[in-house]
Design a protein around this ligand. Structure first.
Ligand SMILES: Cc1cc2nc3c(=O)[nH]c(=O)nc-3n(C[C@H](O)[C@H](O)[C@H](O)COP(=O)(O)OP(=O)(O)OC[C@H]3O[C@@H](n4cnc5c(N)ncnc54)[C@H](O)[C@@H]3O)c2cc1C
Length: 422
């Protein structure tokens, strides 16, 4: 494909990664971000081996690994401390691990990578509409319309990466389904006072009681550095608590005391983190959406990341899928195809199996951990330990966690990762 004039809407994970890949491939890129002064905010995320593969290609791997926490294991226990899920990255490959990361670290690394490339960045511009300029029935380019009805562009290729609450998805002309999840999560980032040699600091640990009480603790490494300074701050840990979205106001009214007592009883190891919470305003709430689109491109427009396929964070794949999207888009455009619409259609087909697997699995799994039918929690407690015991099902669960399952055919994504340091 010849060099294109590309406009990207949204400077989050998908948009920034796509901007870097496409600029490096010689395209002229403009990145539109509605926030005037983007800052590294957010809680903990897990970068899976798939995400690490993409970060390698972006040359951001050393920075991310140095600031994040190596995660070797996912351990989910019941309130009675029965092991429900116990998956180790090392069972698939010695060099495999996840990285628990403050989301702000990924953000600042991508922001710095954007700044190093020849990319025009337009912060504080909220794009709300697209206007096509057609020629002989084929789109030549699209104007971007911002919230003040100003026009920007035009751009030949439109990359929509404006997140789960995308304002531009309605323009797709393809069938889609967007549903908010009834359950969300409270989260808090605190200092991790545990001994760094303790195996618990390399474990994503979850404690569940039925499917209505769910606490997670994810080690998240050293946090954002502000302008990529080399000094490492204290080690951090993200605490997550599942809550029904319509109960958040009642939770606030009840106050911190009863909530902290409840969590301390469920998981005493969370007390050193809970002790750091002094005000209810330190605890933030996140809700999530399930977004299903049947293809992710129309003519000269392509949808990446949460705008295209948001899920609940149950399998911890959102950022990883967004990074993989950006890489595949750049690879497809680097091919021989000269017709943009055909190339974007190829992008959709290339992503279909991987996304179908993770969207379906996450949607199926979520109500077993966060839901209104208690019997699903009971069923989970009976079946999951059994699945973990059989090597074949344990392996499928572990591969799913890694992010590499490329559809329901048994095909796996191939990763190229540096060897793990001793
Ligand atoms: C509680 C929680 C836990 C999670 N845990 C994990 C995890 O462990 N692992 C994982 O991989 N993922 C996790 N995720 C998901 C992950 O955060 C998302 O999948 C990922 O951030 C998606 O990236 P994105 O670029 O598509 O969207 P976003 O990161 O949401 O970025 C969208 C960007 O677009 C901008 N924007 C929005 N509208 C406009 C507009 N109209 N014009 C211009 N700019 C606009 C926004 O300001 C933002 O910068 C979690 C999510 C939640 C809520």
């Amino acid at each position: 494909m010849r060099a294109l004039d590309v406009g990207i809407i949204g400077g989050g994970t998908a948009g920034s990664a796509a901007a870097v890949f496409l600029a490096r491939a010689g395209h002229r890129v403009t990145l539109y971000e509605r926030v005037s002064e983007p800052r590294p905010v957010g809680a903990g995320i897990t970068i899976q081996p798939t995400g690490l593969h993409v970060l390698c290609r972006l040359e951001l791997y050393p920075y991310i690994v140095s600031r994040g926490a190596h995660i070797d294991r996912l351990l989910c226990e019941s309130v009675t401390r029965k092991r429900l899920v116990d998956l180790s990255y090392g069972t698939v490959g010695d060099d495999l691990f996840g990285v628990g990361l403050h989301r702000g670290v990924l953000f600042e690394a991508l922001l710095a990578a954007v700044a190093r490339e020849d990319i025009t960045v337009r912060n504080g511009v909220e794009i709300v509409d697209l206007e096509r300029t057609e020629h002989g029935g084929a789109p030549r380019a699209s104007w971007f319309i911002d919230v003040n009805r100003q026009r920007h562009g035009p751009h030949e290729l439109v990359v929509v990466a404006d997140g789960a609450r995308s304002q531009l998805r309605d323009d797709t002309g393809t069938s889609k389904r967007i549903a908010p999840y009834p359950w969300g999560a409270l989260w808090f980032v605190g200092k991790d006072a545990r001994d760094p040699d303790d195996a618990s600091t390399r474990t994503l640990h979850q404690v569940v009681d039925g499917n209505q009480r769910f606490l997670g603790m994810l080690p998240t490494g050293h946090g954002p550095s502000r302008l990529l300074g080399s000094t490492l701050g204290p080690r951090l840990v993200s605490l997550f608590w599942s809550i029904r979205c319509d109960r958040v106001d009642a939770w606030r009214k009840r106050g911190l005391g009863p909530w902290k007592d409840e969590l301390a009883k469920l998981a005493p190891e969370s007390v050193p983190v809970l002790d750091q919470i002094e005000s209810i305003d330190q605890v933030l709430f996140a809700s999530y959406h399930d977004v299903v689109m049947h293809r992710w491109s129309t003519r000269n427009v392509v949808y990446l990341g949460d705008a295209a396929h948001a899920t609940s964070p149950q399998l911890g794949q959102g950022c990883n899928l967004a990074l993989w999207d950006a890489m595949v888009l750049a690879d497809v455009l680097a091919g021989e195809e000269r017709d943009l619409a055909v190339a974007l259609d190829r992008y959709s087909r290339t992503r279909a199996d991987h996304l179908a697997f993770y969207q379906f699995s996450t949607r199926m799994l979520t109500p077993f951990f966060q839901g209104d039918e208690p019997w699903l929690g009971t069923l989970r407690d009976l079946t999951m330990p059994l699945m973990g015991k059989f090597p074949i099902t344990n392996r499928i669960m572990t591969l799913s966690m890694l992010g590499v399952v490329d559809g329901f055919s048994g095909r796996m994504l191939q990763l190229r990762l540096p060897r793990k340091e001793a």
